[in-house]
Design a protein around this ligand. Structure first.
Ligand SMILES: Cc1cc2nc3c(=O)[nH]c(=O)nc-3n(C[C@H](O)[C@H](O)[C@H](O)COP(=O)(O)OP(=O)(O)OC[C@H]3O[C@@H](n4cnc5c(N)ncnc54)[C@H](O)[C@@H]3O)c2cc1C
Length: 388
């Protein structure tokens, strides 16, 4: 199997890498701090044509497909998981429309996403039905006033981008609400502006701030027949849509991990330069690791491999005066959970031993002293006797 990118995709990767370094990296910290939706980055993505990567050319996209989108998301996620989510949301809600939607639905809803004129979100999960999709309670009953139409009621939750979206792909039970049959679930396109549609509570998140995750409330929302996606009975459609998302979600995770490694590498190699870069652009762009995914093991071997992977640098050694409290050993130790960066004055205990921190059973740490005992040593010294 050939894993080489085509020239077009390689060019896409280079372009998005540059764009992410120039535009996304300097904004990442601020987005996480304020939690505000980064409209400026949405516009950057729009102008660069990234919002239509996964949308076919016939509907205004570039037709780069899932692979094109994963490449872009990996590059963006190196700097901001939130910005990567913005790209992901061009596929999650549009997937069912592309897979099973009518020609009219594709013409009506896809070009707006590709052009950055509209946004969409995906509503499958419910408070009591996460993995258990068949347990959903959002209900669709036939509209008595409109043949083929439906009336939707229920609450969707954890919906990414719920506040910014103009339309939603929503799954509801069209059959018996208690039924777990696959043909009891159907997908609909619901527009934000319709009566009965509102956004409920949004979640307070530890990360990926900037794109909301929250509830979509549906209160007797009338959905016309032309907004039913595919056949009535769409459990399989939900699964097909999610399956196509798996590499995209994985690309986000890989990009995030690559970014962490790049930032850590830059810091360990050159902390002063690293501080300068961060001061300059409040987020900075780490030097890229050449070679892509395939080159990673080699980089770890040649460069980052110099960093002990399990914090083997003894902490007392890293902090000891003369052995470089600010030196590479201290930085490596800190990278793997060592103490915070702090100058050590000879003859004076480290600041965190003067207050607050309670020394462990191995006794207080003194420069040159025994230091924190390794776990292995403690186990060996455990007194013999009956197990309590
Ligand atoms: C930040 C964020 C954004 C999200 N965005 C969206 C979105 O845009 N749209 C959307 O629809 N949803 C979204 N979700 C929901 C998400 O995709 C999952 O569906 C949901 O988190 C899983 O449901 P749960 O948390 O109730 O976990 P549960 O379903 O309760 O599962 C908990 C654990 O039990 C395991 N488990 C569940 N069932 C079984 C079983 N039968 N056998 C063995 N193990 C089992 C699961 O693997 C999991 O480890 C989002 C979630 C988060 C956290």
């Amino acid at each position: 199997m050939d894993f080489e990118l085509t020239p077009e995709l390689a060019e896409l990767q280079r372009t998005v890498r540059r764009l992410a370094q120039d535009k996304v990296a300097p904004r990442a910290r601020e987005i996480d701090r304020t939690g505000e939706y980064p409209q400026d980055l949405f516009e950057v993505f729009r102008d660069a044509g990234l919002l239509g990567l996964c949308i076919p050319e016939a509907y205004g996209g570039s037709g780069a497909g899932i692979l094109g989108l994963t490449i872009a998301i990996e590059e963006v996620a190196k700097h901001s998981n939130t910005a990567a989510l913005m790209l992901l949301l061009t596929r999650l809600p549009t997937g069912p429309v592309m897979i099973a939607g009518s020609e009219e639905q594709k013409q009506r809803y896809l070009p707006g996403i590709a052009a950055g004129i509209s946004r969409a979100a995906f509503g499958l999960s419910e408070p009591q039905a996460g993995s258990d999709v068949a347990g959903m309670r959002t209900r669709a009953v036939p509209d008595p006033d409109r043949p083929g139409g439906w009336i939707l009621s229920g609450t969707k939750c954890w919906m990414s981008g719920v506040r910014e979206a103009d339309w939603y792909t929503v799954f509801a039970k069209t059959g018996d609400p208690a039924s777990r049959a696959h043909d009891a679930i159907t997908a609909f396109i619901v527009e934000r502006s319709w009566p009965g549609v509102s956004v409920g509570r949004t979640d307070r998140k530890m990360g990926v701030r900037g794109v909301d995750t929250g509830e979509l409330l549906l209160d007797e929302v009338r959905v016309p027949p032309e907004n039913v996606i595919g056949e009535v009975g769409g459990f399989r459609l939900a699964m097909l849509g999610l399956n196509a998302m798996r590499p995209i979600v994985a690309a986000r995770g890989i990009g995030l991990a690559e970014g962490a490694l790049m930032y850590a590498t830059r810091y360990v190699k050159d902390p002063v330069g690293d501080r300068e870069v961060r001061r300059r652009d409040r987020g900075g762009s780490p030097p890229d690791l050449p070679g892509g995914l395939a080159g990673r093991p080699r980089q770890v071997h040649e460069g980052v491999g110099a960093v002990p992977l399990h914090g083997q640098v003894p902490r007392h050694r890293a902090r000891r005066p003369g052995l470089g409290a600010r030196g590479p050993a201290a930085r490596r130790s800190r990278l793997h959970g060592g103490p915070p960066h702090r100058a050590v004055v000879p003859g004076r205990p480290a600041a965190h031993h003067r207050g607050g921190h309670q020394p462990g059973p191995a006794g207080p740490h003194r420069p040159g002293g025994p230091g924190r005992r390794p776990l292995v040593g403690l186990i060996r010294r455990r007194p013999k006797g009956p197990v309590q």
